[in-house]
Ligand binder design. Structure first.
Ligand SMILES: Cc1ncc(COP(=O)(O)O)c(C=O)c1O
Length: 423
């Protein structure tokens, strides 16, 4: 059938289905799913980002595409097709299927000293799918998942879609205030109330706050997981992008039995590959593999990434990214120090992509959003990062997408925008 024949036959089908009375597709949606909760990452990433446009988009937490290693990736794709292409494109894939997990284990052991046996690793379609798989394996509707406040909106959405009851706990400059979690756990145990099954945390350069959890707090949270029998979902999406300060041990290193560790190539190679992974106790990994219904990640993608990783110096690649992102972070913090002291407070991240601003409580966030297009600068409203109400006088800025000069210009516009919405 030609494409035009296919088109005319599909319009014929839609005419037929249109004539069926009383059919309401929405009646068939599953009940009990909170579709409206949180914001999916795709709500932002599907928007086009044209860096030549008038708008300086400080909201997007996107890696800069100009830092993608496009030449090396082109060579890797070419090699993947030439050397093992027929197998890589077939069900089951080629040699990359075995090699990529090995690369991931090698990189994580070398860079972060995270030990991992082959049976403790499963590849996923980004860390987003990792969360979804974890939710499927561990959650019944009504089970509780606890978070930091604020937290990554994608996680709020994904666990919410599996029917989780969600609750968040405050942070300060040292990360999650674990004492608050401890108090609530003790209260629940005393009263015979349900305990959480999962605690989702981003201990390094958190999205959206840019904060990192101190070692003492990490140890305290681990202790609670052991005492109250819940699992920690450790999302380390930005962990490789630390600029200064100490690189602290991951929660997985501190206690592998109580941690489901997530990471991704989205920030360090390119999100378009959709390759992330879970490192977890072998028993959990075996269950996660069972619910990964589509099977393994794509063989071709794994082939290309394997060829890419064998052809580059990964350490030098990360160092290159860090140099660029650090200079952007510096440009944003300099602008804040110079021009925003009288206006607001902000976090000082030692890595990652984000700075979190606390605006005067009188700020009208909705007005700020309405004016942002006219002022040529955008941000993400703090409300997106809360499980419940809150965040009205916060915004998230990202320094990842633009070179320092554009960040400086964006911050000039942001200052005017904030000033324009004060009463
Ligand atoms: C903390 C955090 N986790 C997970 C993700 C999603 O990553 P992936 O592209 O691997 O699904 C993001 C992306 O913004 C993120 O900030």
């Amino acid at each position: 059938m030609s494409v035009s024949e296919m088109k005319s036959s599909s319009s014929h089908n839609s005419l037929l289905s249109g004539s069926t009375l009383d059919f309401q597709l929405s009646n068939l949606f599953a009940s009990g799913l909170d579709f409206a909760r949180g914001i999916a990452a795709s709500d932002f990433t599907s928007l086009p980002v044209n860096k030549d446009a008038q708008m300086i988009a400080l909201g997007f937490g996107l890696p800069d595409p100009e830092l993608f290693s496009i030449d090396d990736l082109r060579d890797a794709a070419d090699k993947a097709l030439r050397t093992d292409g027929l197998r890589a494109l077939q069900y089951g894939g080629g040699s990359g299927m075995a090699q990529l997990p090995e690369w991931i284990r090698t990189i994580q052991a070398a860079r972060r000293q995270i030990p991992c046996q082959p049976g403790e690793l499963v590849l996923t379609h980004g860390s987003s799918q990792a969360m979804d798989l974890i939710a499927r394996v561990f959650l019944n509707p009504g089970d509780e998942v606890w978070f930091e406040r604020p937290t990554y909106f994608g996680a709020i959405k994904i666990f919410g879609l599996r029917g989780a009851v969600e609750r968040d706990f405050p942070m300060d400059e040292d990360g999650l205030i674990v004492d608050a979690v401890q108090e609530e756990l003790a209260r629940r145990r005393r009263n015979g109330e349900p305990l959480p099954k999962l605690f989702y945390t981003i201990p390094n350069y958190q999205n959206p706050s840019g904060r990192s959890m101190t070692l003492a707090r990490r140890q305290q949270l681990i202790h609670l997981a052991q005492q109250y029998h819940f699992l920690i979902v450790e999302d380390d999406a930005y962990g490789d992008l630390g600029f200064d300060g100490e690189m602290l041990p991951t929660l997985r290193q501190l206690c592998p039995s109580h941690v489901l560790y997530l990471n991704t190539f989205s920030k360090t190679i390119a999100p378009g590959f959709r390759v992330g992974w879970i490192m977890a106790p072998a028993e959990a990994v075996a269950k996660i593999r069972e619910v990964k219904a589509e099977g393994a990640n794509g063989g071709f993608v794994q082939e290309v990434l394997s060829r890419f990783l064998e052809s580059i110096d990964y350490e030098a690649h990360i160092a290159h990214l860090k140099t660029h992102y650090q200079s952007r972070r510096d440009a944003m913090l300099e602008a804040l120090e110079r021009d925003f002291r009288a206006l607001c407070e902000w976090t000082k991240p030692s890595g990652g992509f984000f700075v979190w601003l606390t605006l005067p409580s009188t700020t009208r966030l909705s007005q700020m959003m309405a004016f942002s297009e006219k002022m040529g600068v955008s941000f993400v409203p703090g409300t997106a990062f809360y499980v419940g109400d809150g965040g009205q006088n916060h915004i998230r800025l990202s320094f990842s997408l633009y070179p320092p000069e554009a960040i400086t210009e964006g911050m000039k516009r942001l200052k005017q925008l904030i000033e324009s919405v004060q009463p």
